[in-house]
Design a protein around this ligand. Structure first.
Ligand code: GAR
Length: 217
């Protein structure tokens, strides 16, 4: 039985679109059954609807600081659709520890840096400022601490001498669109085991691929 997934968005939803596209494959172990946005103007809503996915807007603004009340409505929507797994895709709203605990091991996030480096806002600009030569994206389980939690998958890109945060963000986004569906495939396929703060991949195959930056020919 395919795992039933809800994607939570706040904006353009390009990661959402990548997940929807991947999940259309017959052998994908999960189906995207619902997209929820906490903003009515999120561009991703139209994309989801165009793909035939049910959408729901639950505006978070009217709830102000009452996160628990917002989450009660959210949880009801998830229950109604019998959701097994949540994927956050640029969802810009923090959860209470209670909500996160309830979904522990079943809620993924993607962040555009190689965590634990550069959590928080504008991670691509943080990477350029820090002068790292390699950055990337991370898919991780959500824990109460922001942009932290057991790491399921990472993808890396070179940072160029003349990179701007925007150009770096573009290349990282291309990696995001590859690793998020791959990470969901592993999780929904029952191939991820959480051990403390880390993830192990059941039957995982290592590779000896390496990325050296700047290149050494
Ligand atoms: C993505 O780059 C995602 O990694 C980032 O927001 C963007 C959403 O884009 N998320 C975070 O920074 C979470 N801390 P999208 O709406 O096109 O998927």
């Amino acid at each position: 039985m395919k795992r039933r997934v809800a994607i939570l968005i706040s904006g353009r939803g390009s990661n959402m679109a990548a997940l929807i596209e991947a999940a259309a494959a017959a052998d994908f172990p999960a189906e995207i059954v619902l997209v929820i946005s906490n903003r009515a103007d999120a561009g991703g809503l139209e994309k989801a609807a165009a793909s035939g996915i049910a959408t729901r807007v639950i505006e978070s603004k009217p709830f102000g600081k009452d996160r628990a009340a917002f989450e009660a409505v959210l949880q009801a929507a998830l229950d109604q659709r019998r959701i097994d797994l949540i994927c956050l895709g640029g969802f810009m709203r923090l959860f209470t520890a209670e909500f996160v605990q309830r979904w522990y091991g079943r809620m993924l996030n993607i962040h555009p840096s190689l965590l634990p480096s550069f959590p928080g806002l504008e991670p691509q600009a943080q990477a350029v400022r820090a002068g790292v030569r390699i950055s990337g994206a991370t898919v991780h389980f959500v824990i109460p601490e922001t942009d932290a939690g057991p790491i399921l998958m990472q993808g890396a890109v070179e940072v160029y001498d003349d990179d701007t945060p925007e150009r770096l963000a573009e290349r990282i986004l291309a990696i995001e669109h590859r690793i998020y569906p791959a990470a969901l495939r592993l999780l929904a396929g029952g191939r991820i085991r959480i051990e403390g703060n880390t993830c192990k991949t059941v039957g995982g195959s290592g590779s000896d691929a390496s990325l050296i930056s700047p290149g050494i020919g």
